[in-house]
Design a protein around this ligand. Structure first.
Ligand code: 5GP
Length: 194
């Protein structure tokens, strides 16, 4: 029951690694004019420097994650990289939506398609594209955090993910970060007002 209060809407943002997705999402969440909350996923990967449990992710052990899967606690979950699981906790998401909060999900493209199937018109799915595969490779190389074999893997995965881009509601190219942020904000605002 939600006392007749309007239910919140969902924004699902997917993109290959290196497309600026986290930067775009963080910029929009930091904008106090945007009434949005971040959905904290669960994962069995280790926290990176600066990541806080319950803020960036709910960090779980692999047995804990598998237990949560067995107990149907996830609305969707994926093995995004071999042995690395990520999932959206159902109770948290539904409680927030019932409170009327608008929620941003930063999840992979398959998760995005699954959320769309479940939430239909209450969800808007966005795919952020790199200007080109060559440009994506340049960005991954200049980030300097992955070695060359990992970069090849990321590129192969990016090409696979991009093949699903047109299954999402909107596609935005991040050729210029400021412009990509403005365009994402506009798409979200239009959906909130629809
Ligand atoms: P990272 O380890 O870099 O934080 O995330 C790796 C990938 O997992 C990103 O594409 C991110 O969007 C995706 N991801 C994070 N949380 C979830 C989730 O709850 N479900 C799914 N399907 N993917 C997720």
């Amino acid at each position: 029951m939600n006392n007749g209060q309007k239910k919140g809407k969902l924004f699902v943002v997917a993109a290959p690694s290196g497309c600026g997705k986290s930067t775009i999402i963080n910029s929009i969440l930091d904008d106090s004019d945007m009434p949005l909350q971040f959905s904290v996923s669960a994962t069995n990967r280790a926290p990176r420097d600066g990541e806080v449990d319950g803020v960036h992710y709910h960090f779980m052990t692999t047995p804990e994650f598998k237990q949560a899967v067995a107990e149907n606690k996830f609305i969707e979950w994926e093995e995004v990289y071999p042995g690395r699981y990520y999932g959206t906790l159902e109770s948290e998401l539904r409680t927030a939506l019932n409170r009327g909060e608008n929620i941003v999900l930063d999840i992979d493209v398959k998760g995005a398609m699954n959320v769309k199937k479940i939430f239909g018109d209450d969800a808007l799915t966005l795919f952020i594209l790199p200007p080109s595969i060559d440009e994506l490779r340049k960005r991954l190389v200049s980030r300097g955090t992955e070695d060359p074999s990992v970069i090849d893997e990321r590129i192969a995965k990016a090409q696979y993910e991009i093949s699903f881009a047109d299954k999402l509601d909107k596609q935005l190219v991040n050729d210029d970060l400021e412009r990509a942020i403005i365009n994402t904000r506009r798409v979200i605002t239009d959906f909130l007002n629809s």
